[in-house]
Structure formats: C-alpha cells, structure tokens
Design a protein. Structure first.
Ligand SMILES: Nc1ncnc2c1ncn2[C@@H]1O[C@H](COP(=O)(O)OP(=O)(O)O)[C@@H](O)[C@H]1O
Ligand SMILES: [Mg+2]
Lengths: 245, 377
C-alpha cells in the first residue's frame, strides 16, 4: 500500500492545462522531490493534493482512502500538511502562536494532553527548526528565511504522516539552506515513517535529500526515478537545456 | 503576622493586576464606578457612566468579531436590538420575569446570528457586513406593520419593561417606599455594573485565549489557517455567536434599564455605528480599547456637544444625528493621527517607559508561560 496515490490528476484553468494527467505514488518514509521549471505546475499539484483546488479530473488517495476534493482542513486532519511557496504567516501573532494554531486542529491537539502543554510542544518544534529565539516576536517583524522555517514548524505541528514542502529553499542563503537541509534530515530520522515531498525548481538542491525525484514539465510528468538517473535523463536535460539544473 | 500576610496578598495582587495596563485600567475604572454612587450621587453623571459602560461592553463584543476574527459587521444593533426587543416583548406582553426573558433574549440573539452566519461565513466578501446593516432597518419597518404594531409599539417602542430588581423585594426587607425606590436604583446600578464589567472581562479573556488566537489567524490569513487544519467556518461562526451573545445580553439589560425599547435607541444606524467608532478610536482588536473610546465619546457628547444645543442657531430638531456626524468627523481625524487607536498609543508609551518588551497583549500570556517554565527549570 502506498501512502499517497495520485492517479491521472488533471487541472485546467480555462484553456491552460496546468497539470496534465499526472500519476505518481509516495511510500511511507520516502523523501520525494518534485522538480520542474517555473510554471511547470508544481504548486498547482500541491494545491490539488491538499484540497485548495478541485481537480478537473483524476483522484488522490491517501492511505487507501479517496480524498479527492475534500476541504483543506479535513485533509490536514487526515495527515497531510503542506507549506506555501510564498510564506503566509499570521503576522499579528507571535511566532510561537503561529505554531500553536496548528495545535488547535483536532489532529494537532491529539498528542498534547498526555505529552506536554501547547507551549512546550510549540517550543520544541521551534527549537527543531531553530526559531526558539524569536518565539515572542510578532511574525510581521520576522525575516523571510525565518518565516520559511516557521512555515515548516507550523506544518509539523499538525503531526502529519505526509509533509509537503513547496520550495522550502526558495530565497534562502547557503547557510540557511544548509540548516534547513539538516533539519529535514533530522526530522526524517526522528519520524522515519513520515513521507516527505519537496518541490524545487532546481535538481541539485535535492540531490542530497531526495530518494526519488519526479520531474514535471508544462503540467506533464516526464520522468520519475533516482536523482542520479534523473540527472542523466535525456528528456530532462532537454527541458532544462541552457538552464542551470 | 497579619501585616506580613497582607503584604504578601497585596504583592501577589499587584503582580497580577498592575503589570498589565488593560487590567490596571479595568481595575481602576471598576473601583471608580463602585464608589461613584456614594461619592457623587449626581444622577446625570451616574447615567453617563452607565451609558459609557454599556457602550464599552457592546463595542467590545463588536471588537471580538471584527477586530479579532476579521468578520465585518456594520449592524451590530441587530443583535443588541434583538436582545432588547425580545426581553421587552416577552416581559411586557406576557409578564414574564426578567430572569426568564433575558436568557431567552440571548438565545434568540445567538440563533439569529447563526442563521445569518451559516450562509455568510461560507462565502468571501462583504455579505455579513451588508446583511447585518440591512436587517435592523428591515426590522424597524416590520415593527411598524399594523399586524405587529400592538406587540412592538412601532416608532414609540415597547414599554414599560419590568425592572430587573423589583422594589417589592426591598419593601419585603422592611424599607420604606421612598427608600425602596432609592435602593432599587442603587441595586440596579450595581447589578448592571457587575454584569457589564463581567461581560467585558470575559470577552477580553476569550480574545486572549487560544481560541481567540485562532480568530486572529483567520483575520490574518484564512487560507493558512485552513492549512493548519482549522475548520475556519466553524471558528467564524463561533466568533459570531459569542459576539452576538454578548451584544444581545447587553441589549437586553439595557432594555430593562431604559424601561422602553424603541427603534431609535435599539435598531438605528447610530446604534450600529457607535461601537465601530469607539472601537476605532480606542484601538480596534484590543477589546479594552473601546472602553477608552466610549469615555471620550460620552465625555464629548454630554459635556461639549449637548451644551451646543443651547446655542440658538444650532438647535436642530434632529440633533441626535447631527451630533453623531460631528463625532464621526472627530473620530476620523483622531484615527488618522493614531491609526492603531488611543489605547495602543498609551500602552506603547507605557512599554517604552518600562523598557518592557514590545509585546502585543496577545503575546503576553505566552511570555508569562515562558517565564514560569524558565523558573521551573
Ligand atoms: N489560479 C490560477 N488561475 C489561472 N492560472 C493558474 C492559476 N494557478 C496557476 N496557474 C497557471 O498554471 C501554471 C502552473 O503554475 P504553478 O503550479 O504555480 O507552477 P510552478 O509552481 O511549477 O512554478 C502556470 O502557467 C500558472 O500561470
Ligand atoms: Mg510554484
């Protein structure tokens, strides 16, 4: 049984086909990268899986249950959490409260009573992503790199079985990128059964983390395999021709 | 030994009350109003204070909905009016006691809010604002229909509502009839003071609870809130229900206090806009800001604007509305000067003085928890 099964997923915006007949699977404990040039349909694919957009056709199955078209908050409570490519903090709330919102969801509240208080759980998460120093700062005063990590802490606070990160490295400097890579790997060790999907538009950023890479181009899946294979894939090289990979 | 005990009691009290400006403010005002009828038995001032308190609590209920959950209501008079009219109609026509009709009024107010909220909270856009603004005006027209006139009293309103505390109660205790009337006035004052004060404190507590944080998250970014697994529709309805509960409660008590429930005092546009203005003036989203706004509003109104009616060429027949217009202009000017409201302006200054961390009141309890945790470790 796969953790996530995406079958023939299609999304049209008027005449534009943003996602075209895409199918792939994610297994438990797998880290999968999704790459593709800008406009390839990666974010749209995320929106379809997480319920923020309804697919034109096709299905999404999570743990053998059809979740196509469910409301976003219901999908989160089934165990799929996502981050946004363009950060969406709750700017009036302090950093720690941003994380605690997720714990007010039924799923995020699950482990709280017998493990710890909301504050403790939130603090632990912030420590994991390296934000505990900023916990009381209203999110509107927090820099972009830190907000990227806040996005991740907030998603993690819902206790997901599948974590989907939309360009988590976007706009980060090398130091921050390195830190985030390490946090993701550490998180993978802590919670080995959790599936992780990472969207990136460049392949090299994923080489170190991803066990498998899916390549999208103009809404279609053009390759699916180990990172080393993808790097040598003719079709992929063609698509990325002239561009840095 | 007793002094040591008192000292400890005082310091713990001081630590809890004096360190947070809104609490200090609430405490001082509460004490002030507690002693007011004794210290200054001037009925005019007492009535003004009363109006201030009712408006402050009413505006706080509006602020929880709009300033915290981001759902805009431009017609909070709807819930206030439903509260007043329900208790009025029931107590006048059926002779039911206030302790039955007030809870019923609250029930009707909350039910109405849910009926309106269910369709409105599912769609984006200004629907709630429009519906709440239109409905009080529709109600006024409905109440003028021949069919309903005997029950609602049309333009004149429903009256006379039974007093919350009957004078018979004091006569039973052996008061003379004149003393009993005075005792009733005093008892009613304290009853309303406690209730309105309690309502404001509860609203403040809710706003700063974890549920209140979820309201703010919806205000900030509804989509991100959904991505956190929050059932946004449910929380929006909850904010609306809580807000209308308090609005209806305050309206109902106001009705009994005023003895007559009329469209002009309970459903008029000015009734809807007053909380909006004082909230903006005091600081939207603070819950306690409207209290400051209400003070400024009524001080200006009773001691400046009403004096102006005595100037001959200013004696408009519709002075009520003209006065409101003047005040609206004043508020707009003040809000441009202090867009975050006067309450925040003052607390910011206090924070600067104490060199305290620049924390929003929402973050304060987290800070406190953090300090507690540090202490334990
Ligand atoms: N809500 C929308 N309405 C219309 N077109 C959209 C919408 N969202 C995305 N698109 C289009 O779909 C295509 C894929 O976009 P997106 O999924 O954001 O790409 P990526 O994340 O891979 O850069 C783009 O051409 C984009 O313009
Ligand atoms: Mg994208």
């Amino acid at each position: 049984m796969h953790l996530l099964e995406v079958n023939n997923l299609t999304k049209r915006f008027g005449g534009l086909i943003a996602v075209n007949n895409v199918s792939f699977n994610i297994n438990e404990g797998e880290i999968v990268g999704i790459i593709g040039p800008n406009g390839a349909g990666k974010t749209t694919l995320f929106n379809l899986i997480s319920g923020f957009l309804k697919p034109t056709s096709g299905t999404v199955k999570f743990k053998d249950e059809n979740i196509t078209g469910l409301a976003p908050h219901k999908i989160v409570n089934k165990g799929i959490a996502r981050t946004f490519q363009v950060v969406r903090p709750f700017r009036h709330l302090p950093v720690i409260a941003n994380v605690m919102i997720s714990m007010k969801s039924p799923r995020g509240a699950r482990k709280i009573e017998w493990l710890k208080t909301h504050e403790r759980k939130a603090l632990d998460l912030l420590e994991d992503v390296g934000l505990s120093e900023l916990m009381l700062e209203p999110a509107e005063n927090v820099g972009h790199g830190d907000l990227k990590r806040l996005e991740m802490a907030r998603a993690l606070a819902t206790e997901p079985d599948l974590l989907m990160l939309d360009e988590p490295f976007g706009g980060l400097n090398p130091l921050e990128t390195d830190f985030l890579t390490k946090s993701i790997l550490r998180m993978h060790l802590d919670e080995p059964s959790r599936g992780i999907v990472i969207v990136e538009h460049k392949l090299y950023a994923l080489m170190k983390i991803a066990q498998r890479v899916v390549v999208l181009h103009q809404g279609e899946k053009i390759a699916d395999g180990k990172p080393e294979e993808i790097a040598k894939n003719k079709r992929v090289i063609e698509v990325y021709m002239g561009k840095e990979m | 030994m007793i002094t040591a005990y008192l000292k400890r009691a005082y310091s713990s009290f001081a630590a809890h009350v004096f360190d947070v400006p809104p609490r200090l403010l609430a405490f001082l005002l509460f004490v002030l109003h507690l002693v007011l009828p004794v210290a200054k038995p001037d009925p005019f001032i007492q009535l003004t204070v009363f109006d201030i308190f009712f408006l402050a609590a009413f505006a706080a209920s509006w602020d929880l909905l709009v300033g915290r959950s981001g759902q805009i209501s431009l017609g909070h008079a709807l819930f206030f009016g439903i509260g007043g009219y329900t208790t009025g109609i029931l107590s006048v026509n059926l002779g039911l006691a206030p302790w039955i009709t007030i809870p019923l009024a609250v029930l009707v107010g909350v039910s109405a809010s849910l009926l309106i909220g269910l369709p409105c909270s599912r769609v984006k856009g200004p629907y709630l604002a429009l519906v709440t603004m239109a409905l009080p005006l529709i109600l006024v027209q409905l109440f003028k229909l021949d069919l309903l006139l005997p029950i609602t009293g049309g333009e004149a309103g429903v009256g006379i509502l039974l007093p919350i505390i009957p004078s018979a109660f004091f006569r039973m205790l052996g008061f003379g009839s004149r003393d009993a009337i005075r005792a009733v006035a005093l008892a009613t004052y304290y009853f309303a003071l406690f209730l309105v004060f309690a309502a404001s404190v509860i609203l403040y507590k809710i706003a700063n609870s974890k549920t209140g944080m979820v309201f703010v998250s919806i205000l900030d970014d509804e989509l991100a809130s959904k991505a956190c697994g929050i059932n946004v529709t449910r929380y929006k309805l909850m904010a609306l229900a809580i807000s209308s509960l308090f609005a209806a409660l305050i309206g109902a008590i106001r009705g009994h206090f005023a003895t007559i429930v009329s469209p002009g005092r309970f459903l008029d546009l000015t009734v809807s806009f007053a909380p909006v203005m004082v909230a903006f003036l005091g600081g939207i989203g603070t819950i306690y800001g409207p209290l400051i706004g209400a003070y400024i509003y009524y001080t200006l109104d009773r001691f400046v604007l009403q004096k102006m009616t005595q100037i001959p060429f200013l004696a408009f027949t519709d002075w009520e509305h003209v006065r409101f217009l003047i005040f609206a202009v004043i508020v707009i000017v003040l809000v441009i000067k202090w867009p975050r409201g006067i309450a925040r302006f003052v607390t910011d200054k206090l924070h600067d003085l104490e060199e305290a961390r620049d924390l929003d009141e929402r973050g304060k309890w987290i800070w406190k928890t953090y300090k507690k945790r540090k202490k334990k470790e």
